[in-house]
Design a binder for this molecule. Sequence first.
Ligand code: HXC
Length: 518
Amino acid sequence: MSIQTENIQKLVQRREKARLGGGPKRIEAQHAKGKMTARERLALLLDEGSFEEYDMFVQHRCTNFGMDASHTDGDGVVTGCGTIDGRLVYVFAQDFTVSGGSLSKTMSEKICKVMDMALRNGAPCIGLNDSGGARIQEGIDALAGYGEIFERNILSSGVVPQISCIMGPCAGGAVYSPALTDFTLMVKNTSYMFLTGPAVVKSVTGEVVDQEQLGGASVHASKSGVAHFAAENEQEAIDTIKALLSFIPQNNLETAPIVETADPVNRMEDSLNSIIPDNPNKAYDMYGVIGSVVDDGRFLEVHRDFAKNIIVGFAHMNGRSVGIVANQPKVLAGVLDINASRKAARFVRFCDAFNIPLVTLVDVPGFLCGTQQEYGAIITNGAKLLYAYGEATVPKVTVTLRKGYGGAHIVMSCKQLRGDINYAWPSAQIAVMGADGAVNVLYAKEIKADPENAQAIFDEKKKEYEDLFSNPYQAAQKGYIDDVIEPRNTRFRVIRALEQLSGKRAEVPAKKHDNLPL
Ligand code: HXC
C-alpha cells in the first residue's frame, strides 16, 4: 500500500470515528430519549449531499479535572454550511453525545466561525441546540465562549436571519443566544429552556415545578412567548425551519424568493362580503379572511399559541412574500394588550429589517384597560408596536375591516405612521371609541337627569353617533383612508397596491440607532 493510500485510509477512519461523536452507546441513549443525533438532524435539514463540514477535527484545550485525557474530534458540535431548497445556509448542531453538548471554548470558536461566515456571505444562520450549557470543567473560558456567540448574534441581527431550534436542554445564560435570534423553535416533551432549573427554583422560592412546566415547549409557545413555534417532534421542527426560510430573504440586502402560484390575482372571494356579523359585538374568525386573500390559502403562523388576540405570520401574495398582522376578533375581541403588542412589534421589525412588505388587517376595539395592564406597562409595550410600524420603511398596506377605535386605530399602521395604502371595508368604524362608550361619556349628565327617558336618550344619541362615525366615510372624506373597497375584492386590491409599492423608497433620519421603548 502506498503512503498516500495509507494516509487516505487514516483520514477515512478518523472521519468515521468523528461522525460517531460520543460513540454508539451514547447515540443509543440519545435515541432512547426520542431525540436524533446532531448529524441525523442536519441530514434532515439540508439538501442531500450539500453539507460542507468545517472543523471536524477540532478538539478542546481544557486540562482541568483530567480533561486532557478525554478528547473527541469535533468537540460536541457539528458545524458547516449547506443548502436548503438550493439556498445557502450556515449551521451548527450541538452533539449531546459528547459531554452533554456542553459548550467549551473551542466549541464556541467553531460556532463563531460559521456565524462570521454567515454574516460575511449574507446567508441565514441556523443553530440546533442540545446542550448542558457551559462546560463546567472550563470555567470562565466557557462563559467567555458564550459572550463571543452573543456578540455575534447581536452584530448579525437585522443583517442575516438567525434561527434557533431547541432540541434538548438549554439552560442558564445559554438561553440568551436563542433569545437574541429572530426565531426560536422548540420540540415538545424533549426540549426545555430556563435560566435556573427546578432544583434551584425549589431551593430559592420553594416552588415545586418540573422541567416541562417550568420551561417546556408548550409553556414558552403559549405563556412566555419565548418560543415562536412548538413542534410535535424533531421532524416537524425541521420542516418548520424550511417553511420559514421559504418566506424570508438571505439577508437584509435581498428580497425573499418569489414562488410560482396558480392562484389568480383577481380571484374574488364572495364569502368576505358576508363575513362581518350585523351585531358589532359579535366575533368572526380572522383566519377566514387571511385564508381567503393570500395565495392558495397558505399561511405560516408565527407565535400561534401566544397572545392569540393578534395574528402574525407569513404568506405569499401573487408569489411575493408578505408579513400579515391581523387583530383576531374571536379572542378578547381583538383588543391590544401587552403580549399582543410585543408579539406584533417584534414581527413588524423582523419584516422591516428583511424587506418583507406588511399587510395589516384591522378590527381592533382599543387597548385592554385595567390595573394588570397598566402595572405591566401597557403604555411602554403598546408604544413598541406603534414605534415598529412608524419606523418601518417596507411597503405597508392596511385594510380596516370593522373597528378601528382610538389609539389602537393609530397604532395599527394608520396613514400618519407612514402607512402607504389604507383601505377600509364599508363595515369599518373608524372613531375615537365605540358608540355605546361615546354616548355614555358625552351624555352621562342628560341620561342621569332623566331616568325615565334614559334609554330613549341613549338610543337617539347612539344613532346620531353611529350615523356620523360608525362608517369609514369620515376617514375617507379626509383622505385618511385611500379607498373604501368591497370585501370580495380585497385580494386583488392588496396585490395591486403591493405591486405599485414594489419600488418604494423611504428612509428614517440618520442616527446611531433608535431608542425603541423597551
Ligand atoms: C460538562 C456536562 C455538562 C456541563 C452535562 N455534562 N452537562 N459536562 N459541563 N455543563 C455531561 C455529563 O457529565 C455527562 O457526562 C453527559 O454530559 C450527559 O449528561 P447527563 O447528566 O448524563 O445527561 P442527562 O441525565 O440527560 O441530563 C442532562 C442535563 C444535566 C440536565 C443537561 O447533564 C445537567 O444538569 N447538566 C448541567 C447543566 C448546567 O447546570 N449547566 C450550566 C448552566 S449555566 P458523562 O461522561 O457522565 O456521560 C450556563 C452558563 C452560561 O450554561 C452562561 C452564559 C453567559
